[in-house]
Design a protein around this ligand. Structure first.
Ligand SMILES: [Fe+2]
Length: 227
């Protein structure tokens, strides 16, 4: 493992990234609170993440983790710049962080046996989590990258309450269109898949809350895949 992978300047950027993400979640919360038909569980997720991010950032510990790359990361710079043009100022800061630091993250597939076509077209990289550069508490947070015209197959996380924030092109989560800057909540145990647009890469920020309150306590299953 190389020394000073996340240097002092990077660490300041991580703090900025967490603070920006917290502000975005606060904005998302405001949007949800104004809706006449409220998604109570989504509101609870947003509130919890806002609280956790505040706590994590107050005593941030950055641990160096060995980076790992995947082929889909190669497309990030070009596609990420396209997404930047569409971004509001706050989302722009998150994308900037991703574009400047993706080579330092530990990108993974999360499968023992990868479904066809995903090797070149998918990866996720944690920012808060077991393979992440930071200490964490009850939440995981990271990025999902998907090539254009790619389906991330139906999966279930038992014990995980999940929120996706779309930072890339329009994608469909369980057939529902999620536009750039919009979020989508997935209750624990609900099967869900993600389909990207034909000509735009999928760049999503995800947050996980472990329902048992214990970090890393979950089970993940893919419905079209047998070990
Ligand atoms: Fe998921």
């Amino acid at each position: 493992m190389r020394e000073a992978l996340w240097n002092r300047k990077d660490q300041q950027r991580i703090k900025g990234f967490l603070e920006n993400t917290r502000r975005i979640y606060q904005d998302l919360l405001q949007i949800e609170m104004k809706k006449s038909k409220k998604e109570v569980k989504k509101i609870r997720h947003l509130k919890q993440v806002i609280e956790e991010l505040y706590e994590i950032n107050r005593s941030l510990q950055v641990k160096t983790y060995l980076p790992a790359h995947k082929p889909v990361c190669e497309d990030l710079t070009k596609e990420g710049r396209k997404s930047l043009l569409k971004s509001s100022e706050k989302n722009r800061d998150i994308l900037d962080f991703l574009l400047n630091h993706h080579h330092k993250l530990h990108w993974q597939y999360g499968y023992e046996k990868l479904p066809e076509n995903l090797e070149q077209n998918f990866a996720f990289g944690e920012v808060l989590g077991a393979a992440a550069p930071m200490g964490h508490k009850k939440i995981n947070m990271g990025f999902v990258l998907l090539s254009p015209d790619t389906k991330y197959p139906k999966h279930i996380h038992k014990g995980v309450d999940e929120l996706y924030l779309n930072l890339g092109g329009v994608c469909k989560i369980n057939e529902k269109k999620v536009f750039h800057g919009e979020s989508h909540h997935v209750v624990p145990g609900l099967p869900h898949d993600i389909q990207t647009a034909e000509d735009e890469m999928g760049i999503l920020l995800y947050t996980w809350i472990f329902t048992s309150g214990k970090s890393g306590d979950y089970e993940m299953k893919f419905s079209n895949y047998k070990k």
